[in-house]
Design a protein around this ligand. Structure first.
Ligand SMILES: Cc1cc2nc3c(=O)[nH]c(=O)nc-3n(C[C@H](O)[C@H](O)[C@H](O)COP(=O)(O)OP(=O)(O)OC[C@H]3O[C@@H](n4cnc5c(N)ncnc54)[C@H](O)[C@@H]3O)c2cc1C
Length: 260
């Protein structure tokens, strides 16, 4: 996906809560064409209308300079009719995605641009297998990697969840490979410290940016993994909007090499 590629309208087909913290939104383009090609954990940009904006006004504004704000999400599943699921974390922040999610209804139109490639190619996973660390924003990416990893590779995941019943979002096929822990700052690194990992492991960590940095530092400095074995991505940053994160990344003192 190129950032110069225009966004296109997609319609909300269905909205339902799949766990206490996750709301699934099913979207479809007017021509029913599915996003493609899709790599595991592929992402898209979604653009959200204002509360009382009509679909016509929104579509007129979609690819203009004063266009609607975009946020990055992961394709959870593409259906045979071309529709696709996106699993949103319901959070209390006042961002455009979170605000829109509270009022999302079938029939609403939003903007979509994608797909963008996932950051990890499962076929490149080392002999020691794949170890995934994710919070709920990266649960769709983690599940995609778990479902698409080569059979001969061992894949395990530690996922931090917000609610004790969020386990219902896990398909039965991956349950034996996933450990759920309660989300709180430092939870993922705490869980990682209790593990002994094989030398030729590939580590994928995607979560809140400060947490991700701790995981990356630990993997490189304390576990002694090579940079090629460690794929990390900050999916959101506590206290900052996505625009503020983008602006901060352009400053020279931002630790850009640590944030995907
Ligand atoms: C490659 C990639 C894939 C992603 N896939 C998904 C996905 O499938 N599902 C998903 O839910 N998210 C996903 N995210 C994360 C999502 O893009 C961010 O959470 C985004 O900031 C949400 O936008 P917003 O408009 O709600 O909040 P923003 O306007 O960005 O932020 C407003 C406030 O809300 C806070 N905030 C943002 N996200 C969260 C959160 N999850 N929990 C608590 N506070 C938060 C911010 O710190 C800020 O204070 C992905 C991110 C990346 C980079």
């Amino acid at each position: 996906m190129s950032t110069s590629e225009p966004a296109a309208p997609v319609q909300v087909i269905a909205v339902h809560d799949i766990s206490p913290s996750l709301r699934r939104v099913t979207l479809r383009a007017p021509d029913g064409r599915a996003p493609s090609p899709i790599s595991p954990a592929a992402h898209c940009h979604l653009f959200f209308p204002e509360a009382r904006e009509t679909a016509v006004d929104f579509e007129t504004r979609l690819n203009t300079r004063s266009g609607p704000p975009g946020r990055v999400f992961t394709y959870r599943r593409i259906h045979t009719d071309g529709s696709f699921d996106v699993d949103f974390v319901r959070h209390a922040g006042e961002g455009p995605a979170a605000r829109w999610l509270r009022r999302a209804r079938p029939g609403t139109v939003i903007g979509h641009r994608g797909p963008g490639r996932g950051k990890l190619d499962p076929s490149a996973v080392g002999e020691g297998g794949l170890f995934i660390l994710a919070d709920m924003t990266a649960l769709p990416a983690a599940l995609s990697l778990l479902e698409n990893a080569p059979r001969r590779r061992d894949v395990q995941a530690i996922i931090s969840v917000r609610h004790s019943h969020d386990d219902v979002a896990l398909p039965a096929s991956v349950r034996s490979s996933v450990w759920l822990i309660a989300e709180r700052p430092g939870a993922l690194i705490g869980a990682l410290r209790t593990r002994t990992l094989p030398a030729k492991i590939t580590l994928f960590a995607a979560c809140e940016a400060a947490e991700m940095r701790m995981l990356r530092r630990y993997a490189l400095d304390e576990l002694g993994l090579d940079r090629s074995q460690v794929v990390t991505s900050g999916y959101w940053k506590r206290g900052l909007t996505a625009e503020q994160v983008d602006r901060a990344k352009r400053k020279p003192d931002w630790l850009g090499d640590l944030v995907g």
